[in-house]
Design a protein around this ligand. Structure first.
Ligand SMILES: [Zn+2]
Length: 478
């Protein structure tokens, strides 16, 4: 199937006489028989989306007032806010939560809000925090929930660079890049499988990663931006930072930080560059704009001392953060024993580091030492009781170690603290299955199927339900 027809504007044309009134997103695909996704359902959902696209407000082609560029847009502002609210807490949790340094979070929040006020969409519900992840990365959700990892914070050296990073992320929000990408994907996926299934699939990829031990967290849910998106976000970032009183040199030196990291520690910035493509061109563009369009704003204070003072808590454990970064790279290369040595060193320097403890738990899991993993996860729980990810990791470790009742307690607490991860139903079901409580197990497996018909554990659940006589085997081909 060609994607050309719907990769630009004019993609969502409605076949004559096929404007269905159903809302594919709300109704989902599981109204029919549990078991298979027939072609009828697929077509009906596509028709519903196409109908919504043709009839809906803010759907189809529109000129983006921020950029003046024509965009193919099926996602409304209210949907951007809704998606942001649902997805962001899971990503922030997987990135080990906000740093337990209220002063640092509020500092980044102040700089962020100063920039947000001068954007094209000042009324969006922006929020800013520093996250405990050591990966050099920063990102935003479509309505402006922004997270900057500790790894990025210690790589930067001034408030002007911080403003450049935040301005760039706000550029993505204001140009509506995530919503635009989603709109294109919605039509492409609706053509193939139906939109509800697409949404489920996105969710399940996220959840599988978050629940699993990949170590990277939930980044599958984050937008992969194109190079054009990056250029646009950089240009907007420059505009916003200069409106907010920062000099353009901040953007130049930020690009220089990234270029140097790319050369000296390429694995440290893999993720950053997978979500924000990077090239020398971006550095050169920043230099050109700083010397040209924004020359008048040059020479403003970069507030280096204030920045270094505010991140003092991070700089004091810089050695530990670097060891965690080394461990992260080794885990990605599937070298858990070597990663463990690095994490031991990190935890010697920062014994109560929530991210360090959880990374160690994952490292033990990767080496089939479930009980030890559970001990590290339980320590992580006690150092940061309000965060949910440690409960999930602890539950996973206990489940892997065959301690079904103990694991169940963790997963129940996790679901209470951070509802909305569909995999939790599966894991609760697995605990109940392990305890021999089949009726309750079946209820959880069916709940999981409903939430994630194409989820990572759908095959396992299907086999169990067939085996126990709750489902008929599905014949192939339909
Ligand atoms: Zn970007």
């Amino acid at each position: 199937m060609s994607t050309r027809a719907h990769s630009g504007c004019g993609g969502a044309t409605v076949p004559a006489g096929e404007t269905g009134g159903r809302n594919a997103l709300a109704n989902g695909l599981y109204g029919g028989s549990i078991g298979h996704m027939g072609k009828e359902v697929t077509r009906r959902d596509f028709v519903a989306i196409a109908g919504a696209a043709a009839a809906g407000v803010a759907a189809g082609c529109a000129t983006n007032p921020t950029t003046g560029r024509t965009q193919f847009m099926l996602v409304s502002e209210a949907q951007e806010v809704d998606l942001d609210r649902k997805a962001a807490p899971h990503q922030f949790s997987a990135d080990y939560g906000p740093v337990q340094d209220p002063g640092l979070n509020s500092y980044v929040g102040e700089v962020g809000m100063k920039l947000a006020a001068v954007t094209h969409r000042p009324a969006m519900p922006y929020s800013f925090r520093v996250l405990n992840s050591v990966v050099v990365n920063g990102y935003t959700f479509p309505a402006g929930s922004v997270g900057l990892n500790r790894g990025l914070m210690v790589a930067m050296g001034s408030e002007a660079e911080l403003a450049a990073v935040l301005g760039h992320e706000l550029g993505h929000v204001n140009a509506r890049h995530a919503a635009e990408r989603m709109s294109k994907n919605m039509v492409a996926m609706a053509m193939v499988t139906g939109i509800a299934l697409y949404v489920q699939k996105e969710n399940s990829e996220y959840a599988a990663l978050a629940a699993g031990l990949g170590g990277l967290g939930a980044n599958a849910l984050l937008c992969r931006y194109s190079r054009d998106d990056e250029r646009e976000a950089d240009a907007l970032g420059m505009e916003y930072m200069s409106r907010a009183g920062y000099g353009p040199e901040g953007m130049v030196s930020l690009m220089d930080v990234f270029r140097n990291l790319h050369r000296s520690k390429p694995s440290a910035v893999d993720l950053l560059f997978s979500t924000h493509p990077m090239s020398d061109e971006r550095y050169e563009t920043a230099c050109r704009l700083a010397a040209g369009e924004y020359a008048a704003a040059r020479g403003r204070a970069d507030s280096r001392d204030r920045y270094l003072d505010r991140i003092g808590g991070l700089l004091r454990i810089r050695g530990a953060i670097e060891e965690m970064q080394n461990a992260q790279a080794l885990l990605m290369k599937k070298k858990p024993a070597e990663a463990e040595a690095r994490l031991k060193s990190a935890l010697r320097q920062a014994p109560d580091d929530y991210a360090g403890l959880l990374m160690m738990a994952k490292c033990c899991m990767a080496q089939n030492r479930a009980d030890e993993a559970a001990r590290y996860a339980d320590r992580a729980k006690s150092v940061y009781p309000s965060e949910a990810h440690a409960l999930q990791v602890s539950g996973f470790a206990k489940l892997s170690g065959g301690r079904f009742d103990a694991a169940m307690v963790e997963f129940e607490a996790y679901e209470t603290k951070l509802p909305g991860n569909e995999n939790t139903a599966f894991f609760l079901g697995r605990c109940l299955e392990g305890m021999g409580r089949r009726q309750e197990c079946v209820a959880e497996y069916i709940r999981y199927r409903k939430q994630a018909p194409a989820g990572a554990y759908a095959g396992y659940v299907q086999n169990r339900l067939v085996e126990w006589g709750y489902l008929k085997p599905v014949s192939k081909g339909r």
